[in-house]
Design a protein around this ligand. Structure first.
Ligand code: ADP
Ligand code: MG
Length: 202
């Protein structure tokens, strides 16, 4: 078993074809709050992965979870992070299309990813897979979906400014094609969220 990543919230181990994601306790949180928060997030991430599997969404297969050890065991997804692939290649419009499709399907199923960045997307042999559902939730609210898109927009601009906004325009194109009628209200709201963002920065 080797440690392959350490984020603010979790440590990730790889054991053959398994990934173990263990949520860390935070000393700055009250012990009781810390435990219930980690328990809640561990359960929720497992629940979302289970739901994604039911609808055949390209995300890691959930093997097991334990809300005492605060860990999730899932399949290892082989491939490179989209973040690195985009930096090296010029096929980014192909990926833009896939991002839009993936997010369109999630929102159609009333699932909010919560952390849509190109570091949470893996280019696998069978196409783009999404990972890191630690901040995900179930919601049919237009606002939640619009904010999900807004975070993606921000992530693309800050990490991939050379190809922005062309890449994001294509993401939205395929999002619309996938999510169809549902996309209209979300995109309208997205424009408002964007305006709010601008006003804040000023
Ligand atoms: N199922 C998986 N398959 C392959 N790599 C993974 C998987 N889950 C996590 N990773 C790797 O570990 C990193 C951190 O995991 P992630 O779930 O994104 O946690 P964090 O909340 O710390 O960002 C990812 O960016 C990815 O490199
Ligand atoms: Mg992540």
């Amino acid at each position: 078993m080797i440690k392959i990543a350490q984020g603010a919230e979790a440590v990730i181990y790889k054991d053959n074809n398994k990934i173990i994601k263990e949520r860390l306790s935070k000393a700055y949180r009250l012990k009781e709050i810390d435990e219930s928060l980690r328990k809640f997030r561990t359960r929720r991430e497992a629940k979302i992965l289970g739901r994604l599997e039911e609808v055949n969404f390209p995300a890691p297969h959930l093997q097991s979870f334990c809300d005492k050890r605060m860990e999730i065991v899932m399949d290892f997804v082989a491939g490179n992070k989209l973040r690195d692939v985009i930096e090296e290649g010029d096929a980014y419009q192909k990926f833009a299309k896939q991002i839009g499709e993936r997010v369109g399907v999630l929102h159609q199923k009333d699932i909010i990813h919560g952390d849509l960045t190109t570091s949470n997307m893996i280019v696998s042999d069978s196409g783009l897979k999404l990972i890191d559902f630690g901040l995900s939730s179930f919601s049919d609210r237009v606002e939640d979906k619009a904010v999900d898109l807004f975070l993606l927009d921000r992530a693309l601009e800050s990490k991939h400014y050379e190809i922005y906004p062309a890449v994001f325009d294509n993401v939205l194109e395929s999002y619309k094609e996938t999510y169809r009628e549902g996309a209209e209200l979300v995109l309208k709201r997205f424009e408002q969220v964007r305006m709010r963002g601008r006003n804040k920065i000023k």
